[in-house]
Design a protein around this ligand. Structure first.
Ligand code: TYD
Ligand code: MG
Length: 449
């Protein structure tokens, strides 16, 4: 590439352009065109050759460090891998700074931690630390936004570096304001490079856009080793830390916390938490035995079906997929001949959890049928199963774990797909298997008005 010639590319789809554009002509994304800053540099590879390796498992195991905050270690796959770069995104005020300050205070008992904030003053952070009971920890704190000053000030002996947040950092070698795509990318590149060369673990806090994605280039999520999202409903004290990408562990793992007076407290038995506010046996309420990440979690699925006064009846969903609800309603209508066309339907996963497992279909269908017919499904019943378009109830994965969790929490009756091999561990529980959605109608003895 000729010296001085500038190349621009789209950070979303990779399309290349000779000049900057506001909108990518290929993928239609706005503000995604960035300059390739290393364009003019010539590589000095000389006669270097690749050093090929075999696929044999490495002799050394990953070096994982424990933070003592069990839910956090669990989300990362059983500890924090040295030299990894972890990006944590979430809405403003959800508790990202609180979580990372707690983690760094816990880690500082055994390791050297540096906390860099570009968002708050040292006084604000110290006040928060005092509130968290971490005032006497040995975390080194600095408020700085220049990435080069940050990296120059760090010695080789830092174990953990926390950056709050990546959008506030800037590199003066890039000619744009902090938070822009090229700045975020350049700073992340420098930090990742630092992590890999010094074996320091770096935690990056990231802002999210109003669509819920991490602000800045999508490429940021590709560059880091692990991406976590910190989620929660406003007005609800529960917070869920979810891994969406993890090069060193399973993704879709959940960590559950409660925001209390003195910071975040891990919830080690979430099923109990999600079921505590359950009301007495009422129509429309069903308990689903789900698997989130590596552990089973029981949640309550609630449905409300009421007479509609709109020309197009309302369908509202919280915590589940709207299109999936349309599918389940269509299957019930066509296979069970039960119509919802003159009813408004509201569906809610209680407790603020978002469920994406198809195994929840049966619980949703049962809560809809129960609400529609005002038939009670007893409190001690727990269900799981996927529903196909012909109304068949399909098998789900990890069936015995789901049953075990339900038994542990005292459920007496489990409704499961007939196609799953059921292994019962205790005698106190009755397992009923069903083949189609039509069986649910018979099983519940539902009468429609
Ligand atoms: P914060 O960590 O500043 O959020 P973020 O960095 O994601 O923007 O969290 C701020 C919220 O947490 C604020 O609304 C107050 C609440 N909070 C508590 O309830 N208890 C606490 O001990 C702390 C430190 C914060
Ligand atoms: Mg913050």
């Amino acid at each position: 590439m000729a010296k001085g010639e500038k190349k621009f590319y789209c950070s979303e789809c990779g399309a290349r352009y000779p000049k900057w554009l506001g909108k990518c002509e290929d993928c239609g994304q706005w503000n995604s065109i960035v300059e390739n800053i290393s364009a003019g540099e010539k590589s000095e590879t000389g006669n270097s050759r690749l050093n090929f390796k075999t696929l044999a498992a490495p002799q050394e195991r990953l070096d994982r460090k424990l933070s003592d905050i069990g839910e956090f270690d669990r989300v990362l796959g059983g500890g924090i891998v040295s030299g990894s770069v972890v990006l944590i995104g979430g809405d403003p005020g959800i508790g990202k700074s609180t979580l990372l300050l707690q983690i760094s205070a816990a880690l500082s008992q055994d390791y050297k931690c540096v906390y860099i904030s570009g968002e708050e003053s040292a006084e604000q952070i110290c006040m928060r630390a005092a509130r968290l009971g971490a005032g006497d920890s040995s975390v080194k704190l600095a408020c700085e936004t220049d990435i080069d000053i940050v990296l120059n000030s760090l010695g080789e002996d830092v174990d953990f570096l926390i950056i709050d947040s990546i959008q506030t950092l800037q590199s003066f070698s890039v000619d744009s304001i902090p938070g822009t795509v090229s700045q975020v990318r350049a700073c992340a590149y420098k930090l990742i490079n630092f992590a890999k060369t010094t074996n320091t673990t770096v935690f990056l806090i990231g802002h999210v856009t109003k669509d819920g994605a991490i602000a800045g280039p999508k490429i940021l999520e590709h560059m880091v080793d692990t991406v976590l999202y910190f989620e929660g409903e406003r007005g609800n004290s529960y917070r869920i830390l979810r891994s969406v990408k993890n090069r060193y562990g399973p993704c879709d793992e959940l960590g559950i916390f409660e925001m209390q007076q003195h910071g975040l407290v891990g919830v080690s038995n979430p099923s109990v938490l999600f079921l505590t506010q359950r009301s007495e046996s009422v129509p429309g309420s069903v308990v689903f035995s789900g698997i989130e990440g590596t552990r089973p979690i029981l949640v309550e699925v609630q449905a409300l079906v009421s007479k509609s006064y709109f020309s197009a009846p309302r369908r509202t969903v919280v915590g589940w997929d709207m299109n999936r609800l349309f599918t389940i309603l269509a299957v019930i209508e066509s296979k069970c001949k039960i119509s919802f066309s003159d009813r408004d339907v509201y569906l809610n996963i209680a407790g603020g959890l978002k469920i994406s497992e198809p195994a929840c279909d049966l619980a949703v269908a049962m809560s809809l049928l129960s609400a529609r017919s005002e038939t009670i499904i007893l409190n001690e019943t727990c269900v799981f199963g996927e529903i196909g378009l012909t109304g068949e109830v399909r098998s789900v994965s990890r069936c015995s774990e789901r049953i075990k969790e339900a038994e542990k929490l005292g459920f007496k009756r489990i409704i499961a797909p007939a196609s799953n091999t059921i292994v019962k561990s205790g005698d106190g529980v009755k397992i009923e298997t069903i083949e189609t959605i039509m069986n649910v109608v018979e099983l519940l003895g539902i009468a429609y008005k």
